[in-house]
Structure formats: structure tokens, C-alpha cells
Design a protein around this ligand. Structure first.
Ligand code: A3P
Length: 311
């Protein structure tokens, strides 16, 4: 594990800016991070060894990570634990406890992750790490599910995630930092593009998903995901209503009303309930001016131009 003195030395050598969710952000390998996540990122770059059956859910923060962690967990464990089981782990634990972020784990914890009842002993991890910094063995060995979300909604969700910051930040200030790429794992456009390109080049290894499609057509997206992870739904499962049951278990209403998600903290000053705000597509209209929205759209158009990716 990275020693505190080496972490401090590293931070002092990196470009620094005001952060949106923390007092400062540091730029490492072209992307911005809160200081507390950098040592874990460097540890996993040096020490994590992916296995062929591992599954990684990668997102830019506030793209729906919590939701898809729950869905992946329910899908992978559906044989051992039926979504209607009153003792289902998702009813008692926050999705981030069941599916940990790789970069938050200590190296001694990597091998103890055991969150899938699958015979192949797959492990499921979450991560916000961009392609360029992801441990090489993950790219080589594992399957990656990437989830993105309308960038305006992602920004608004991120802005609301700053309540654990010691001093508040204004919407305008956060917006300017975000547009300049200074957000956790940002620039968000480069984060999305990195995985988009991987998904085009290696569709068997990288699945590109969208929050809005999960909302609009949950059954089709669930089938797509189940097929990608090598566990397609059988006709019997389809007929038994299993898809509806997984969708209900992992729905915003289903998860946000649970005691475990209404109370307590996930880590230090981050409350479990801060992962469940409104879960509404297009909520940006309630916060951004027309100028702000068009500025974000314009950056998105310029950045994605020629990539085949539209948002
Ligand atoms: P809003 O702030 O727009 O409500 P992440 O999990 O990546 O941190 O993203 C959090 C966003 O996903 C929040 O968006 C949150 O409300 C939403 N979310 C959490 N659980 C969800 C669910 N089960 N279904 C849909 N959206 C969900």
C-alpha cells in the first residue's frame, strides 16, 4: 500500500485546481482526482491482477453507478438469490458495499472480494478510472460494462453531490470547472470517449450502456447486459417474470426507500442517501440556464465529432 509520505510527495508534484466535490483536485495521467482516491488508483495500477471472469462496471461519477451495481449484482447472483427473496443482500446492504470500487480497496482486500455466486468465481468491481489509467490486466483479461449519462444531468447530479464538501461551491463555479474538464475522473468527454472507442473495437469485451436507455427500455437493456456477461436469460426465466422482479428490486423507488440506503454513511463523510437524489432524466432543466445547457451541448458536439458517438 502506498505510504502516506509517498502519497504526499506525489500530490505535491501534480497540477492542482479547486475541486467540485473536494477542496482540491489533482491531475494525474491527464485526468482529475480527489486527493483521497489517488493512492488507491496507483496501488491498483501496481498491484491489481485481473482475472478473466472479473466484471468491471466503469462510469464517470453520477452516471448511475449505484443503479447498475445493483443490477449487475442481482443478475450475477440470481441463481443463488432470487430477486424476491426477503433476505436478498440488496435489501440489507448498499450497492457500493456489495460491489466495491477497485480504487478504494486496499491491495490486501482485492482477493477477498467474493460477490458472485457464479461457478467461475467472477468478481464484480466498480471503478471511475479512465481507460488510459486502468490496470493493463483489466483491459486484457476482463469484461467491462461502461455506463454513461446525458452530460447535463451528470453535471447537475455531481453538483448536488457536493454537500459533504467542507465549504459550499456555487453552481456557476462548479459549472466552469466542469466545462474545463476539472471534475472527478474528468474531462468527462475524454472518459466517455475512451470507453466508447474500446467498445467499438472490442465489443465482446466492452459494453457501452446509457442511463436513459436503461430508463426507457429496461427489459431490452437487461437482456443485453445478461447476454454480455455470459448469463443470458433462459426462456423459463423470461416466462417467470424474473426481469420485472430484478427491475423492481433495483429501481430508484425500491432501493431509495430501504432503511440501509436512507441511513448511515458509505465512507467517512459520504452518506448512503446521497446516492439517491431524484433519478429523473432531464432534471438539468430545473438547474441550468439555456446558455449553460447550450455551452455543454456545444462542448459535447465538438469533443465527440467524428467518433460516431452522439449524445
Ligand atoms: P440524480 O442526482 O440525477 O438523481 P452514481 O450512482 O453514479 O453516483 O449516480 C447517482 C445518480 O443516479 C443520481 O442521479 C441518483 O439519484 C441516480 N440513481 C441512483 N439509484 C438509481 C436507480 N436505482 N435508478 C435510477 N437512478 C438512480
Amino acid at each position: 500500500m502506498m505510504a502516506n509520505s509517498s502519497a504526499e510527495e506525489l500530490l505535491s508534484s501534480l497540477p492542482r485546481e479547486e475541486g467540485i466535490t473536494s477542496a482540491y483536485s489533482y491531475q494525474y495521467q491527464g485526468f482529475w482526482y480527489a486527493p483521497r482516491s489517488l493512492p488507491g488508483l496507483i496501488d491498483c495500477q501496481n498491484q491489481f491482477q485481473a482475472r478473466e471472469n472479473d466484471i468491471f462496471l466503469v462510469t464517470a461519477p453520477k452516471s448511475g453507478t449505484t443503479w447498475l451495481k445493483a443490477v449487475l449484482y442481482a443478475l450475477m447472483n440470481r441463481e443463488a438469490c432470487h430477486p424476491q427473496d426477503p433476505a436478498h443482500p440488496l435489501l440489507k446492504q448498499n450497492p457500493h458495499q456489495l460491489v466495491p470500487f477497485l480504487e478504494i480497496l486496499k491491495p490486501t482486500e482485492y482477493d477477498s472480494v467474493s460477490n458472485s455466486s457464479d461457478k467461475s468465481s467472477s468478481r464484480i468491481f466498480g471503478s471511475h478510472i479512465p481507460t488510459a489509467s486502468l490496470p493493463k490486466s483489466i483491459i486484457k483479461e476482463s469484461k467491462i460494462v461502461y455506463l454513461c449519462r446525458d452530460i447535463k444531468d451528470t453535471f447537475v447530479s455531481l453538483f448536488h453531490f457536493t454537500s459533504h464538501r467542507s465549504s459550499p461551491i456555487s453552481l456557476e463555479n462548479a459549472f466552469n470547472l466542469f466545462c474545463r474538464g476539472v471534475s472527478i475522473s474528468g474531462p468527462i468527454w475524454d472518459h466517455i470517449l475512451g470507453y466508447w472507442k474500446e467498445s467499438v473495437e472490442r465489443p465482446d469485451k466492452v459494453l457501452f450502456m446509457r442511463y436513459e436507455e436503461m430508463t426507457d427500455e429496461p427489459h431490452a437493456q437487461l437482456r443485453r447486459l445478461a447476454h454480455f456477461i455470459g448469463k443470458p436469460f433462459s426462456q423459463e426465466e423470461e416466462n417467470s417474470g424474473l426481469l420485472d422482479q430484478i427491475i423492481k428490486l433495483c429501481s430508484f423507488d425500491g432501493l431509495s426507500k430501504l432503511e440501509v440506503n436512507k441511513t448511515g454513511n458509505w465512507i467517512s463523510n459520504v452518506r448512503n442517501d446521497s446516492f439517491f437524489r431524484s433519478g429523473v432524466v432531464g432534471d438539468w432543466k430545473n438547474y441550468l440556464t439555456a446558455e449553460m445547457a447550450s455551452k455543454l451541448d456545444q462542448i459535447t458536439e465538438e469533443k465527440f465529432h467524428g467518433s460516431g458517438l452522439y449524445m
